[in-house]
Design a protein around this ligand. Structure first.
Ligand code: FAD
Length: 404
């Protein structure tokens, strides 16, 4: 006996139907656009509610896009810029802010250039968005977990009442990346698409922390402490900002910003090294001269604080990674402070990453995100193999793509 099919959306102005699978930001935006074009839209979501990762993103302040000039903004998508650019030019930071305002949620540009809703949270935006979709006639079926296509080409969903099937004129897959599985995006779609002959690149953690073999002493003294006003260099990328020393290694905004380069270095060579400049506003000469001043009865820690303004965490970091003979030589110590080599063990597990790289390979998609091997089916959002740093670029990259 074949599985029963789900009820479809209300009658459609253009006589066509669309099925959107995945009710995260990418799926909900696709649903909004398609409903606006006259499609009868039905959304299927595996979880009992929509946008769980979006809501989680809002817990620490929903950074929805970035206020920098568009040309710089576009470069944040790295090797995927060419594929996303035309979409981001049509629906970029300005349009996202207008769209938020249209949903009754004003935004502001923070001091770092990041754009947030004034309420900071994601929930008012999500509530207003779901109301808008309802008004547009979109139907949402929760607890409908997509398990693939049957022989007749219908989508099959696991529900609490058994399997159901559905079909539509077009299908949008917006199933998310591979981190934070408990929020719904478990990445299992990759096996389904791979079996269907669609090339998917393995998930890699993005915007992630890294494990470092800290001594117990450093963990006791510094775990949870920020390292402020530093530059981090890996390969030819340098980031200025701050990060946090954790029990297992390092995390925080500057680490996330450099994480793709550091991860790839580690994947390619088996070794990952970060070079820190703990005094980025002073030249090596200045640091050397200051350290050469007589220390008197001061401990080295006090000397570093008095001459260079280094706090206890930076000092502990220096003691952690530099041998004692260097610590006792002002010139060598100055060089180490400007070029502190920190070896990472590995990236933190993918589950903890803010986002993932990997997913549906670009070569499988046309310019409108349609699967070339499966016309009528589109892949949007984090499930496509692009990555970007934190800073609102991830959500912007999920909200921009148009299927037509
Ligand atoms: C802690 C945290 C903070 C973040 N902060 C920010 C931020 O401030 N700014 C920013 O730009 N980005 C941020 N991100 C990243 C951003 O939330 C994601 O990139 C974005 O949610 C991806 O959108 P998506 O629609 O592609 O996927 P998702 O949001 O993951 O949505 C996919 C949906 O598909 C559903 N689904 C998956 N598989 C199936 C299936 N088989 N059947 C049915 N449904 C299925 C899932 O349940 C989910 O609802 C953050 C992420 C995390 C984890």
């Amino acid at each position: 006996m074949s599985a029963p099919s789900t009820p479809s959306a209300r009658p459609t102005p253009n006589g066509k139907t669309a099925m959107v699978i995945g009710a995260g930001p990418a799926g909900l935006m696709a649903a909004e656009r398609l409903a606006g074009e006259g499609y009868g839209v039905t959304i299927y979501e595996g979880m009992p509610s929509a946008g769980r990762k979006f809501l989680m993103a809002g817990k620490s302040g929903l950074n929805i896009t970035h206020g920098e000039d568009l040309e710089t903004f576009l470069t944040r998508y790295g090797t995927s810029q060419a594929r996303l650019e035309s979409h981001l030019r049509k629906f970029g930071p300005d349009q996202i802010r207008e769209w938020c305002a249209g949903l009754g949620v004003e935004t502001f540009v923070g001091s770092s250039g990041r754009v947030f809703p004034t309420v900071m949270k994601a929930s008012p935006l999500l509530r207003a968005w779901l109301r808008r979709l309802d008004g547009l006639g979109c139907v949402i079926h929760y607890r409908h977990y997509w398990t693939g296509w049957n022989d007749a080409g219908q989508a099959v969903f696991k529900t609490t009442d058994g399997d159901v099937t559905a079909q539509a004129d077009i299908t949008i897959l917006a199933l998310g990346g591979g981190s934070w599985k408990r929020l719904g995006s478990d990445g299992k779609w990759m096996e389904i698409l791979t079996k269907a002959g669609i090339k998917c690149n393995p998930f890699k953690p993005a915007n992630c922390g890294f494990d470092i073999d800290w001594t117990d002493h450093l963990i006791d003294k510094c775990a949870g402490s920020p390292v402020k006003a530093v530059t981090l260099t890996c390969g030819d990328q340098t980031i200025r900002g701050e990060f946090v020393i954790s029990k297992t290694g390092i995390e925080g905004s500057a680490v996330y910003a450099i994480s793709a380069t550091l991860r790839d270095q580690w994947l390619e060579t088996g070794v990952g090294t970060l070079t820190l400049d703990l005094c980025p506003d002073r030249t090596l000469e200045d640091v050397t001269n200051r350290l050469a001043k007589p220390r008197g009865k001061n401990s080295l820690g006090n000397h570093l604080r008095k001459t260079l303004g280094l706090d206890a965490t930076k000092t502990a970091l220096i003691f952690e990674v530099t041998p004692r003979d260097i610590q006792n030589d002002p010139a060598k110590l100055a060089a180490a402070i400007k070029n502190l080599k920190v070896k990472i063990k590995k990236p933190r597990p993918i589950e903890e990453a803010i986002s993932t790289a990997g997913g549906v390979a670009w070569e499988e998609l046309d310019d409108n995100f349609q699967l070339i091997k499966r016309p009528g089916t589109y892949c949007l959002g984090e499930m496509v193999d692009w990555e970007a740093p934190t800073g609102g670029y991830l959500l912007s990259g999920c909200l921009a793509p148009r299927t037509a």
